[in-house]
Design a protein around this ligand. Structure first.
Ligand SMILES: [Zn+2]
Length: 270
């Protein structure tokens, strides 16, 4: 294309900018979320069998990809190694959710945490070893060097204090548990906000995506059980309704893995 031709194409956009004093929403969105209104990241925690048996097939038929946070020593992880390898080969992200899933027993409502799995009794060096060994395990499944992390129970500290900075170079991003929309300008990649899902209807899940579209935000869903296997659960039907909406609106919504979304945010922030 010669220079004159370029101006012919660019001129209408320049005119829009001059008349309105700012880019229109559709022009602005080309900078963020790959030109779509919103980004959606679907995350699934704790290496459950239902993720392999229901979620991966339901994502695949719709051409969608998810992020699965595996605690490496959980039964649904260590007993399904070949299936997780297949999920990784299909392009789903295998994220790090530690080796043994320790949580801070000193916090309210944590009576269920066993003493040997109490993150408050860990040193920072201990959790680092556990997290880095899980990266070795995950690389043996998918061959990938880069991935994201999810804080177990959302906990970010051992008995020695915060380990957020200590894992910064090990991951492209880390997912937290605070339910909020992520705006590209102020997203905290060390603790990405996510909505914990438990019992919502398909309509309620879709309403959250619509809110993200209105706000040009990244929304992250945090699922555990999908059609069972966990006390925090969403029905298969509600989950499928959400996926149907994401598939039907692919031209408006960028559904991607946490890894891809975080890479995009980093590029945008630089
Ligand atoms: Zn978990």
């Amino acid at each position: 294309m010669n220079t004159c031709m370029k101006y012919l194409f660019v001129f209408p956009f320049m005119l829009t900018f001059l008349v309105h004093g700012q880019t229109s929403p559709s022009d602005h969105s080309t900078e963020i979320w790959q030109g779509k209104q919103a980004a959606v990241v679907l995350t699934y925690d704790d290496a459950l069998n239902v993720h392999l048996d229901h979620v991966v097939p339901d994502l695949e038929v719709r051409g969608l990809k998810g992020t699965f946070y595996l605690s490496a020593f959980f039964p649904g992880s260590k007993n399904r190694i070949q299936d997780w390898k297949k999920a990784g080969a299909l392009g789903h992200e295998l994220g790090n959710h530690t080796l043994y899933h320790p949580c801070d027993a000193s916090l309210p409502g944590r009576e269920w945490v066993s003493p040997d799995n109490d993150l408050h009794q860990y040193t920072t060096d201990q959790i680092l070893k556990e997290i880095r060994m899980t990266n070795v395990f995950l690389e043996s499944l998918d061959g990938q060097k880069e991935r994201t992390f999810a804080y177990t129970c959302g906990d970010t500290a051992t008995g020695e204090g915060s380990f957020v900075a200590a894992i910064q170079d090990d991951f492209v991003a880390s997912r937290g548990v605070r339910g909020a929309m992520n705006r590209i300008g102020n997203i905290n990649l060390s603790n990405v906000d996510s909505y914990g899902i438990n019992g919502q209807t398909g309509e309620e899940l879709i309403a959250l995506v619509k809110e993200a579209q209105e706000k040009q935000a990244l929304i992250t869903f945090l699922f555990h059980g999908v059609g069972g296997e966990h006390s925090l659960n969403v029905s298969l039907e509600a989950h499928r309704e959400l996926l149907d909406y994401l598939e039907a609106n692919k031209d408006l919504i960028w559904t991607t893995t946490m890894l891809e979304a975080a890479r995009h945010v980093k590029e945008h922030q630089q």
